[in-house]
Design a protein around this ligand. Structure first.
Ligand code: GDP
Ligand code: MN
Length: 377
């Protein structure tokens, strides 16, 4: 689960990591009022969306007057950044930037530990630094039984700064960020940029945190910040209907019984040059209502050009499924082609039932998927 910058900064603050105060606003008028409340000349107006790269997208603007604040706030609130419409902004004190660093803790599955990633090249795209100049990124795996005690924190800090008071500040930040990461079961705690400001102090100008969904049950303070994305809303709705559904970006809507077969279907679609619009396991049943619900889910996705129904009949019999499909499609009205592949118990009977219908009936997985892919070209 992701949270907004201002929420991550609230956690930073309560764990002792230095930040500048911010005020969350939803309108340009609120932003102007916030500017007055902050009482400093130079501020930054920042889009609050659950995506990075806001600076590049025009979602971070410096302002030094009420007019500027009003103008930038109005402008930023009309933006959509990486499919997220900007509904909230913060106004926060601007900082002079003498240096921009990068620091984060995340989970490294190779070393099976938390790793600290730090770089003197903060501010810009860290992925770009990693790709072009990987030697500028330092990683340290953290032994869970040792954590980040003083001596390690200072060792890490010395790789970025050498002024004694900055080493002390950075060491404290690295210790606090680790404590926050572990206590909240985060999967990422990132500061980019972590800057040296005009007073030669270290301050976190940005904050990003994501959390392990499986641990949210023990963090009600984190869970209450959950804002589902439109896609997550669809996935949650599907879950409540007993489906396991994951939205993907392609054009072939898949309806499959069994998670393994659903994964295989997604793979084979790729193999034959198509792109799946989703992963959908409808479970084992031929209940027409389930098929109606699943079709409604698939057809709500406007990028779906063809639906592929791939059913393996075991205990669920293919003739029952075929009858269920016919019943369901008396209610579901669509012009989108539907390819059906039935295999297993009573498959012949099943195919016979679908013979003179609008369904495109296929026998093998290959035939079905090739047919579905050809419908999207
Ligand atoms: P992101 O693009 O979503 O990562 O948003 P950031 O909060 O990291 O802001 C993007 C960039 O804006 C930073 O890398 C800084 O260079 C700049 N920026 C953010 N806050 C300030 C500030 O207070 N003063 C100055 N001068 N620049 C800032
Ligand atoms: Mn950033």
């Amino acid at each position: 689960m992701k949270i907004h910058e201002y929420q991550a900064k609230d956690f930073f603050k309560s764990f002792g990591i230095p930040i500048f105060d911010h005020i969350v606003c939803k309108t340009p008028e609120e932003a102007v009022a916030a500017y007055k409340t902050l009482g400093v000349k130079d501020v930054v107006v920042k889009a609050q969306v659950l995506a990075g790269g806001r600076g590049k997208a025009g979602g971070v603007k410096l302002a030094s007057s009420q007019e500027d604040v009003q103008k930038h706030a109005a402008n930023i609130l009309t933006l959509t950044i990486k499919e997220y419409p900007v509904e909230k902004i913060i106004v926060t004190q601007a900082s002079t930037i003498l240096k921009e660093f990068y620091a984060s803790y995340t989970i490294d599955r190779n070393t099976k530990s938390v790793i600290l990633i730090i770089s003197a090249e903060g501010g810009i795209d860290i992925e770009e630094v990693a790709a072009k100049t990987p030697e500028k990124i330092l990683t340290f795996s953290i032994d869970p039984f040792v954590g980040v005690p003083d001596y390690l924190a200072r060792k890490f800090a010395f790789t970025l700064v050498s002024e004694p008071h900055q080493v002390a500040q950075l060491a404290a930040i690295l210790k606090d960020l680790y404590r926050l990461f572990v206590e909240k079961d985060a999967s990422l705690a990132e500061i980019n940029p972590l800057v040296i400001d005009g007073d030669n102090n270290l301050v976190a100008l940005d904050a990003k945190m994501t959390f392990d969904d499986n641990a949210l049950f023990r963090h009600p303070d984190v869970l209450q910040l959950f804002e589902p994305t439109p896609e997550e809303r669809v996935e949650a709705d599907a879950k409540s209907k007993g489906f396991s559904y994951v939205h993907l970006d392609g054009s072939i809507g898949c309806m499959v019984n069994g998670a393994g077969l659903a994964m295989g279907t997604v793979d084979v679609i790729h193999l034959y040059g198509g792109t799946p619009a989703n992963f959908l396991d409808i479970g084992g049943s031929s209940n027409p209502q389930k098929i109606i619900d699943a079709m409604t889910l698939l057809l709500n996705d406007k990028s779906v050009k063809v639906v592929l129904i791939n059913i393996f009949g075991g205990i669920t019999r293919c003739d029952d499924v075929a009858n269920g499909l016919i019943k369901a499609f008396q209610q579901v009205k669509t012009n989108i082609p539907v390819v059906v592949r039935l295999t297993g118990t009573n498959e012949k009977e099943g195919r016979e039932i679908l013979k003179d219908t609008d369904f495109i009936v296929a026998e093998s997985m290959e035939e079905a998927i090739r047919s579905a892919v050809s419908q999207t070209n």
